[in-house]
Design a protein around this ligand. Structure first.
Ligand code: BGC
Length: 461
């Protein structure tokens, strides 16, 4: 019955391949975020809709994603990580085509909602899959790789938007991202299922086979299996623990606050509405979309700063720097809008300040909030805790997307940017007050201190 299992010839290369392929889910996330920015003005013209209907078209995707993230918790446990990724990518492709072909506003709204569900599923499952499959020493880097893929997805969508802007064909903009979705779907077929999930289901032999492929060394595989078995003895009892344990409620609360903070920095205002912002600075449609590409590229490049610094500087100093840079960037953009942007020089300066804001986000809150959210939850409640914070990320994202144009139209563009700028100052204070420094601390130590009742900011170093 027991077929002998052989270690793979190149385990390291296999692990890198599997992780990189899994991280491509981040690309779908990014495409999804980026695509709407370039399409919206053409959609608005075509359907003759108001700003408030447009806000719904932008933001229903996030509502769908919040629902998808909750459903994915169940799906990834019952059907497995791989099947969830397959489902998510197929739905992504179908919904993208539907968006592109939508005959009317109602169809477009529902298609965006379904697209959101697919991204919710992928954004919950993929980081979890990566953490379960990656060798321990590169686990943090994997979360950053995932964030990098998000930013690359955004910039690819911006590029395609800019290319289609000459014909104004929003249907192609929205539909074409089905192609990477389908490619990802076929890619997921060759991925192994997560060894941790296989063991959870009592499929130990398959788990061994996967681990041997990824790690090569049978001794290491045995040890890892023993570790997983040990962890699985601890039942996931998130909801009960949430009701019973005050300290767990604190870590769940921290994850929720961190994700609200990430979204209220205002990053997605720029991600979704950059062309509109450039329009406000006096640029024509094509320039708007090319400047938006530059925003996307800056986002990709500055993510490398975080990757390089996160394990050297630590989490808190990077967040402090990021919030200061973001507050300054948005504050100055608001001031320029208040004073009126007249010559070419002033336009370029304002664009530079907006890019400075992007750098501030990408080097800090972008990747770091996701990292912190996965670090602060105790093992028994990890799935529940991460589901709560991921859900919050999408709800807060929804609120930001659904209110930006209304804010612009009611309080004006300068005040809108000042509002987000000052929130970043508040977040600096929240970080000082609430966020622990988790650099170089094991997850067990963090959990121990949390459960001892230490202040949240002291559960790290
Ligand atoms: C955020 C997204 C955002 C993206 C931008 C992610 O960390 O969760 O909401 O659009 O970064 O790069």
């Amino acid at each position: 019955m027991n077929t002998p299992v052989q270690p793979a010839a190149h385990p390291k290369a296999t692990a890198i391949f599997v992780c990189s392929l899994g991280a491509l889910a981040g690309l779908m996330f990014g495409l999804d975020i980026g695509v709407i920015s370039g399409a919206q003005q053409f959609i608005q013209k075509d359907f003759g809709i108001s700003d408030s209907v447009l806000e719904h078209i932008v933001s229903w995707m996030m509502l769908g994603a919040a629902a998808g993230a909750v459903g994915a918790g169940w799906m990834s446990a019952a059907l497995g990580r791989k099947k969830s990724l397959l489902f998510g990518s197929l739905l992504f492709a179908v919904a993208s085509v539907w968006c592109g072909m939508a005959p009317d506003v109602a169809n477009l709204l529902i298609a965006r909602l379904v697209l959101g569900v697919s991204i919710g599923v992928l954004s919950f499952t993929a980081p979890m899959y990566l953490a379960e499959i990656a060798p321990e020493n590169v686990r943090g880097a994997m979360v950053s790789l995932y964030q990098l893929m998000i930013t690359i997805g955004i910039v690819l969508a911006y590029l395609s938007n800019a290319a289609f802007s000459y014909t104004g064909n929003w249907r192609w903009m929205l539909g074409i991202i089905a192609i990477p979705g389908i490619l990802f779907f076929f890619g997921v077929f060759v991925l192994p299922d997560s060894p941790r999930w296989l063991m959870m289901r009592g499929r130990k032999e398959e788990a061994t086979r996967v681990l041997l492929k990824l790690r090569g060394n049978p001794e290491q595989v045995k040890k890892e299996e023993a570790d997983i078995a040990e962890q699985l003895k601890i039942p996931q009892r998130g909801w009960h623990m949430f009701l019973e344990n005050k300290n767990f409620r604190r870590s769940v609360g921290l994850g929720v606050v961190l994700q609200i903070v990430q979204q209220l920095t205002g990053m997605n205002v720029v991600m979704y509405y950059a062309p509109r912002i450039f329009q406000g600075m006096g640029y024509n449609t094509e320039s708007q979309l090319w400047f938006t590409v530059i925003v996307g590229l800056t986002n990709v490049l500055a993510t490398f700063i975080a990757i390089g610094l996160v394990d050297r500087w630590g989490r808190k100093p990077i967040l402090y720097t990021g919030f200061v840079v973001m507050a300054l960037g948005l504050g100055i953009v608001g001031t320029m809008m208040h004073l009126g942007i007249h010559g070419h020089g002033e336009q370029i300066f304002t664009v530079a300040m907006l890019l400075m804001f992007i750098v501030g986000f990408a080097m800090s809150a972008g990747p770091l909030i996701w990292i912190l959210c996965s670090e602060v939850q105790p093992i028994k409640g990890r799935d529940f805790g991460i589901a709560c914070s991921t859900f919050t990320n999408w709800i807060a994202n929804f609120v930001v997307g659904a209110t930006f144009l209304t804010l612009l139209n009611s309080i004006g563009d300068a005040a809108t940017f000042w509002l987000y700028g000052s929130l970043n100052v508040v977040f600096l204070l929240i970080t000082i007050w609430l966020v622990p420094e988790t650099k170089g601390v094991t997850l067990e130590q963090i959990e121990h201190k949390l459960m001892e009742g230490k202040k949240l900011r002291d559960i790290g170093r």
